[in-house]
Design a protein around this ligand. Structure first.
Ligand code: SF4
Ligand code: SF4
Length: 280
């Protein structure tokens, strides 16, 4: 009995010695700054920085391989904290928020055909360029909502993607997968947007969408510094619309198709009317 206890104890002792030696020999040096950066990152592991997770990004920043401002979920505060850790001057970041620039849901915009395939906008787009008559309108099958790691995108009952600006961290993951390029990144400091993605002429837009931009120029007339019309589509000039002027607000009121919206305060509902049937 005593022999067995002694031999087991001996085996345990030597195993512990071997493990201790291996731990020292093969220990991976952890940069203290890497650990500190990992501590201040949000831990979302969303990949918006271009790395598979926060750990990879922390390592890359600590080694000086990448800039410290590539984590949108962290925002300016995280960038400032990382800058302090690695000893560089604070870097100004312009927080962004994603916006679906379309209001043409199933009530307000027409379809060329009824799509009955899998619920994926990219698949629908491959079928005769998608069911929506408007070439730039949201297809409403929720590919973006399935991709958003922060639950910021919901689909309305009438099949339109809507982004909650309080939940959106500006990671951009929804932008590229949208086959209609209808999700745009915008400065968080601006809440006024033209919600249309069609470059068709106004007469054609009127045939398929009751809330599309018809490029009537009215917004540009009342607030020339804030609106730009390009290729039959109005857009907000974000450089000059940070502080909405009276003209910006007047344009929102006067837009005949209600396609300009101020997300702050929340938008008033747009009247639901079926668009006029298309000319044969
Ligand atoms: S925004 Fe794009 S991806 Fe999202 S539902 Fe609309 S078409 Fe699909
Ligand atoms: S809405 Fe788009 S940009 Fe905003 S958090 Fe979701 S995926 Fe990222």
């Amino acid at each position: 009995m005593l022999e067995a206890i002694l031999s087991l104890g001996g085996v345990g002792f030597f195993a512990a010695l071997a493990l201790g030696f291996a731990a020292r020999k093969f220990a991976v040096e952890v940069d203290a700054r890497e650990a500190a950066i990992l501590e201040v990152l949000p831990g979302a592991n969303c990949g918006a920085c271009g790395f598979p997770g926060c750990g990879g990004y922390a390592r890359a920043v600590a080694s000086g391989a990448v800039a410290p401002e590539l984590c949108p979920p962290g925002g300016p505060e995280t960038v400032a904290r990382i800058a302090r850790i690695i000893g560089v001057a604070a870097i100004a970041v312009d927080p962004q928020v994603a916006v679906v620039i379309c209001q043409g849901d199933q009530q307000r915009a027409t379809e060329k055909y009824r799509y009955l395939g899998i619920s994926d906008c990219r698949a629908a787009q491959k079928l005769a360029d998608g069911p929506k008559t408007c070439p730039g309108g949201c297809l409403g099958l929720g590919t973006c909502a399935a991709i958003c790691p922060f639950g910021a995108i919901t689909m309305t009952d009438q099949h339109l993607a809507v982004i909650d600006r309080d939940k959106c961290v500006g990671c951009r993951k929804c932008v590229e997968p949208c086959p209609r390029q209808v999700i745009k990144m915008t400065p968080r400091s601006v809440s006024v947007h033209v919600l249309c993605n069609s470059h068709d002429k106004g007469a054609l837009v009127r045939q398929y969408c009751q809330v599309g931009c018809i490029a009537c120029q009215l917004c540009k007339k009342v607030a020339p510094e804030a609106y730009v019309i390009e290729d039959f589509l109005a857009r907000v000039d974000y450089r000059h619309a940070v502080k909405p002027t009276a003209g910006v607000e007047v344009a929102i009121e006067k837009c005949p198709t209600h396609c300009i919206r101020d997300d702050n305060p929340p938008p008033a509902p747009v009247p639901d009317e079926k668009p006029a049937p298309q000319a044969a």
